[in-house]
Design a protein around this ligand. Structure first.
Ligand code: FES
Length: 163
């Protein structure tokens, strides 16, 4: 069953009960995507599927025939970080770093939503249509837990990229 991961063709032929998370980590070696709760509660396993963020622990690999999956490995390089990664560094949005790949993937999807104009429809900040307020960012990132509690720094980093 073909699917694309970070622009590379893959073929899933494994046990149909395999989650997308386990396929990414165990079969594809893409261990940047983290397994936290494995029950859809922490967001550590967030990846993008056709541009939409999902918890990869809650979906089966076999359900993604023809889909385009993007993981943290597709964001920037050590020499040239993705703007979100660079902002997380500047704002000290990391502590242990375990939640960070999921936070970055989730933030990327949220920023893409904002860029598409959807955010301006619901933004409460009428002085800056399309901008998300820090409260709105917190709400939209609420599916990604940080057990170190670096939330304010994470929101600052996302806010910087949004501007
Ligand atoms: Fe998937 Fe926690 S590992 S939500």
């Amino acid at each position: 069953m073909p699917l694309t991961i970070n622009g590379t063709d893959h073929d899933f032929t494994g046990d149909p009960r395999t989650t997308l998370l386990d396929f990414l980590r165990e079969d594809c070696g893409l261990t940047g995507t983290k397994k936290g709760c494995d029950h859809g509660q922490c967001g550590a396993c967030t990846v993008l599927v056709n541009g939409q963020r999902i918890n990869s622990c809650l979906t089966l690999a076999v359900m993604h025939e023809g889909d385009e999956v993007t993981t943290i490995e597709d964001f920037g390089t050590a020499e040239e970080l993705h703007p979100l990664q660079a902002a997380f560094v500047r704002h000290d949005g990391y502590q242990c770093g375990y939640c960070t790949p999921g936070q970055i993937c989730s933030a990327k999807a949220m920023l893409d939503e904002a860029a598409s104009g959807w955010a301006s429809f619901v933004s409460e900040d009428l002085s800056a249509p399309g901008r998300l307020t820090p409260e709105e960012i917190r709400e939209r990132m609420s599916g990604n837990l940080c057990r170190c509690g670096a939330y304010s720094n994470i929101v600052d980093a996302i806010t910087e990229v949004l501007e």
